[in-house]
Ligand binder design. Sequence first.
Ligand code: GLY
Ligand code: MN
Ligand code: MN
Length: 430
Amino acid sequence: MRYNTIPNSLFIKNRNNFISKTEKNTITILTSNDIKHTNADDVMGFAQNNDLFYLSGIDQEDTILVLYPDAYKPENKEILFVKETNEHIRVWDGEKLTKEQASQISGIKRIEWVHDFEKVLQLMAFEADGFYLGHNEHIKRVTNNQQTQQDRMINWCKEKYPLHQYYRAAKITRTLRIVKSKEEVELIQRAVDISVEGFHRVLKAVKPNSKEYELEAELTYALVKNGGLRHAFKPIIASGKNACALHYNTNDNNCKDGDMILLDFGVCYGNYNSDTTRCIPVNGKFSNRQKEVYTSVLKCLKQGSELLKPGVVFADYEKQMASLVETELIKLGLLNAADIAIQDPDKPLYKKYFMHNTAHHLGLDVHDVGVYSKTMELGMVLTCEPGIYIFEEGIGCRLENDYLVTETGTINLTQAMPIEIEEIEKLIKV
Ligand code: GLY
Ligand code: MN
Ligand code: MN
């Protein structure tokens, strides 16, 4: 494995928390993700289903987790099904998890081969009254016509056991996953630390006429070198006006002398993610206007991160952030108070320069699962990411840090990533 072993006590605890929230006499079935294929016979790589990972720690395809806490036979209370290897797999793909390894990683005693799943389940199914099944219930879920392993499990299970009750596992995992355990925070911190190293490499490499993808390569180097699994998302390396396209990620332009570059990037380490944004001058010195905009955004980040507190309603927090940014937009001469006073409240003027929210959960997903109608809680890891985008001036600035909400205020997990104008200018040597 690329990442350090995660103690299985984490997954045991997660399972105990999960089953404490399920209905009596129900079976939970969670599946791994499919391996996604490219055009011919190659694959895009594997990303585990995060709910399955959260409850088992297993990072392998063709895995099924079954939890039946009320089973009358103790051996049916927890069963993990993994792929049985064979000579063909060994020769072409290499080792797969043994039953002993799967048990060690997950802390589950009973491990079976996945091809026995239907047979084993049949012996338990009619004792139970219902099933909890996994599904992607993310608020920003992208729906397309690709059937997932979860979709197939739902269809299969409902066809085979039509008279059972059905429940949503994601409704439980999303309430558990929003509050991070110590081990999870450490994994996010490791992902951040690798991001910090990548950012330092970028600061060393950047110069007029760098290609955006050359800077992306510096981030990739740091993440692969340090055992990261993948980029947390396709990095955004956006110079000049490219930074005003929020999800720009072709990263194929020249970084022009005098432009500022926005870098929004993250590392996935042990399936946990970082998510950070920094802005740097191509030639090592911010112009006066870039400095003004940057200073405004940094001020919003500093003030905004202090608003991340237990009990705060997300919508209220976003309103306060919008108000902070609006004040800065007036100072920057982009808006004026008189126009704001008569604006249509449904179309606030600041939206021309600041179009997105500023806090999201971070964890196994970059935009981690959670319910934004709930209030902030201790143990949440949240981003803070205000931005100002002035297309006409070719300046887009966003600054993003990751924070752990604690009793004594937030801990900035991204503290080590340079952010002050002077330190960034000092670190760029062109
Ligand atoms: N990179 C995605 C985000 O900042 O939310
Ligand atoms: Mn973010
Ligand atoms: Mn980001």
